[in-house]
Design a protein around this ligand. Structure first.
Ligand code: KPL
Length: 292
């Protein structure tokens, strides 16, 4: 399969590197990372080890069977515009937050699958990515149900050794992941603590309340996500990724814009005071630094 991975950050590089074990992959990202990958290959370390030599560029190739989109949520529109120039059979979003598939579908003629990824990744330096945790990739039609395309993409991912579930309930899974990200990302970014500081620390109730509000917002939209499922999930992930720096904390520490609009911001207007407060605080930080 010819795969273009659009967004060679930490997760995109890891997923692209793993796919390159079996498929023809082009990583699209920024220099100096893509230049280094082109010149010396991509070194994977940690839970997965090896060097692979995918193609690497700053723009997508003219054609691919599949585009895997891994850019930050606020760059999805731009990714869709750039990928529109590429002749694609399908696209898959492996991004944080809700609404990315719809944004991509506005630009692409190809069907867009939804995905949720729990692999942990860290870019160590240009050309080097660390796998900080082997997770799982769930993928399927964005409206739920099954499709031959999702089965085909799932098989291609499995052939490359990625732990993959082809799911018929992607909307529910995405809301559950939203509950996890809403509970973990902004609190760890604001307090500058690792994920594991939340479950037994002073921000435990903030984490739980944010996840509970997301579950309630999901149910209002007809998605069956009980409070208990969202709470169990946010506590499990915070524990499983205890030593991790959340992606939002990393963005804040690097002085970069965050994905708060597509995470806490999605439910902030939904009678969700904890998410509204978290979103307002992170947005205030972004505004102060001229990032929005
Ligand atoms: O997805 C994550 C993120 O940081 O964006 C979690 C699951 C919270 C792991 O850090």
């Amino acid at each position: 399969m010819d795969v273009v991975v659009f967004g060679a950050g930490s997760l995109g590089s890891l997923v692209g590197g793993l796919l390159a074990l079996e498929h023809r992959v082009t990583l699209v990202g920024r220099d100096p990372h893509v230049r280094r990958v082109r010149e010396a290959g991509l070194r994977m370390e940690g839970a997965v080890e090896g060097i692979v030599r995918p193609a690497a560029d700053t723009a997508p190739p003219p054609r691919a069977d599949l585009a895997v989109v891994t850019v930050k949520a606020f760059d999805t529109d731009d990714a869709g515009r750039k990928l529109a120039a590429c002749d694609l059979d399908a696209a898959l979003s492996l991004q944080n937050g809700l609404g990315n598939e719809e944004t991509l579908a506005e630009h692409l003629d190809a069907p867009v699958l939804a995905g949720a990824c729990t692999y942990g990744a860290r870019l160590l330096e240009p050309g080097r990515v660390e796998c900080t945790g082997v997770g799982e990739i769930a993928l399927g039609p964005r409206e739920g149900g099954r499709s031959a395309l999702a089965d085909r993409v799932g098989t291609a991912f499995e052939r490359a050794g990625l732990v993959t579930v082809v799911a018929d309930d992607m909307p529910r899974r995405q809301w559950e992941k939203l509950a996890v990200n809403a509970g973990i990302n902004a609190p760890t970014a604001l307090a500058r603590v690792p994920n594991g500081a939340l479950p037994d620390g002073p921000a435990r109730e903030t984490m739980r309340a944010a996840a509970r509000e997301v579950a309630r917002a999901a149910r209002r939209r007809g998605v069956d996500l009980p409070d208990e499922t969202a709470l169990a999930s946010v506590e499990r992930v915070a524990g499983d990724t205890a030593r991790n720096t959340s992606s939002m904390r990393r963005d804040v520490e690097r002085g970069r814009r965050t994905e708060v609009d597509r995470i806490n911001g999605v439910v902030a207007g939904d009678d969700a005071p904890v998410n509204a407060t978290l979103a307002a605080l992170v947005r205030a930080w972004e505004r102060e630094r001229g990032l929005r």
